[in-house]
Design a binder for this molecule. Structure first.
Ligand code: ZN
Length: 476
């Protein structure tokens, strides 16, 4: 029997607001344990929460960018957990009335066809603290710095039929969140993570099979591998006549396997109820319109504009718009050098290579992109050659060096003074009598040698064409 996989996603993203969702503590990543906390986010009795407006705006922005309806009447609820990483023993979330409903994103399926993935809802909630267990001293330590950092949970319908569709959706969602400054989406810092609900059913069936859940996956590669592995595990189990148990499984990316964590029997009753400390939220049409105006140009629109207005090939636009950080470098570089295609070439060639070699993510690029524009200008004006341009760009990339000053200091400019070039070539001719005679007796290869010696004497800083011309004049 042929089976098909049915997948739904719950994506958690940490918002880039400067302060936490219900207090004014900083959301900066890292810092000494328990240094970013107050009475509010550590749940002291009597400390009252106040919703951060920057969080609300980002939630509305996300809804608008993912084709959702904004729920004009929404509110917060308490979800109860007894874990030491939650000082209040409940999470403030939105259960009954989430802020966004009924959206969708278009993704590419495995055949490259466009497919709609429905978004059931998006709700605002708070993150928990972090526990670390020390097996040597048999103690557990808790750090509340992340407690109360705002999260959005984006819940899809079970519309995915392959790992490729899931990754395409996540890439799209990540660009939207980054473009609109909703989240930095640093997966290694946990600011974008996904729970995967997965079941199997005979192909053609409309009924859903029993699903398992894998939680907190934080790399696209791990997500794709976890989906492939869990799909195969369930198909094998069904073929062997086993029953799939509804359970939460933990994916171990090193082992390439998932393990059962807890089954439905001990599923928790969260005892949701409306938060009595936070008033219901009423959102006006005015506010929605105000937020809509702050939405920036999104990846698809940018692609279209780059093709139509800048004349870039579609292939280039796909690579550049994939990351808001590459877009930033591209737009500034193209502005300074007024040559979008050359700017795109440098980004797709040299920049991507430098990123790969230094294992740097585009989000950690920290050179001034106008410097790349300046390098391109100097190259086009014939002040430096391509080899030097690449070398200088590597310095700019690593140390954010101002290129013009660097080129001057290191004497890298091409010689434009013909007398100096001529003097160097004459010296080479005088010092290499043997080769000169060989050339004159018809050995053309000797010319290449003399040319090489001349370029060496000029430290590669003279236009090769000019050197060749002068050398010929001297020899013939
Ligand atoms: Zn706080």
């Amino acid at each position: 029997m042929a089976y098909e996989v049915v997948i739904g996603l719950e994506v958690h993203t940490e918002l880039s607001s400067k302060s936490k969702i219900f207090c004014s503590c900083t959301t900066l990543f890292g810092g000494e344990a328990n240094s970013h906390i107050c009475e509010g986010c550590t749940g002291f009795p009597g400390a009252l929460p106040v919703l951060n407006e920057a969080v609300l705006e980002r939630a509305i922005k996300t809804g608008l960018a993912t084709n959702c309806e904004i729920n004009l009447q929404n509110r917060f609820d308490r979800k109860h957990y007894f874990y030491p990483d939650s000082p209040t023993a409940y999470q403030t979330t939105q259960f009954y009335q989430p802020i966004c409903l009924n959206g969708y994103l278009e993704v590419e399926d495995e055949e490259g066809q466009t497919k709609k993935i429905r978004i059931k809802e998006i709700h605002m909630e708070e993150d928990a603290g972090k526990l670390s267990h020390d097996p040597f001293t048999d103690t557990s330590l808790v750090d509340y710095n992340r407690a109360g950092v705002a999260l959005l949970e984006i819940v899809s319908e079970p519309d995915f039929r392959s790992a490729a569709e899931v990754v395409s959706y996540l890439e799209k969602l990540r660009s939207i969140l980054q473009y609109a400054d909703i989240s930095d989406c640093k997966m290694q810092e946990g600011s974008l993570r996904a729970d995967i609900n997965l079941s199997i059913r005979p192909k053609g069936s409309q009924e859903l099979g029993v699903r398992t859940e894998m939680k907190n996956l934080n790399s696209f590669r791990a997500i794709a591998r976890a989906i492939e592995s869990e799909t195969q595990r369930q198909i094998d189990a069904l073929r062997d006549g086993e029953e799939i148990i509804q359970e939460t499984r933990r994916w171990d990316d090193d082992k390439g396997e998932s393990f059962s964590m807890r089954t439905k029997e001990d599923a928790l009753d969260y005892r949701y109820f409306p938060d009595p400390d936070l008033p219901p939220l009423t959102i006006s049409e005015d506010m929605i319109e105000k937020v809509r105006k702050t939405l920036p140009e999104m990846p698809e629109e940018k692609k279209k504009r780059y093709i139509e207005e800048l004349g870039l090939p579609e292939y280039d636009t796909g690579i550049i718009t994939d990351s808001v950080h590459l877009v930033r470098v591209f737009e500034e570089t193209a502005k300074v050098c007024a040559d979008p295609k050359e700017a795109a070439n440098w980004i797709m060639g040299e920049l991507l290579m430098l990123l790969k070699d230094s294992q740097t993510l585009p989000e950690n690029i920290d050179f001034d992109p106008s410097y790349l524009g300046k390098i391109i200008n100097m190259l086009k004006e014939g002040k430096i050659n391509r080899g030097t341009a690449k070398k200088v760009f590597a310095e700019v990339f690593a140390k954010n060096m101002e290129p013009e000053a660097y080129i001057k200091e290191n004497n890298l400019e091409l010689l434009t003074d013909n007398t100096a070039i001529k003097a160097a070539v004459e010296k080479v001719v005088a010092e290499n009598e043997k080769s000169v005679n060989e050339y004159k007796s018809g050995k053309k290869k000797a010319f290449q040698f003399l040319m090489g010696q001349s370029m060496k004497a000029l430290r590669g800083q003279a236009p090769a064409q000019e050197v060749s011309k002068l050398l010929k004049e001297l020899l013939d």
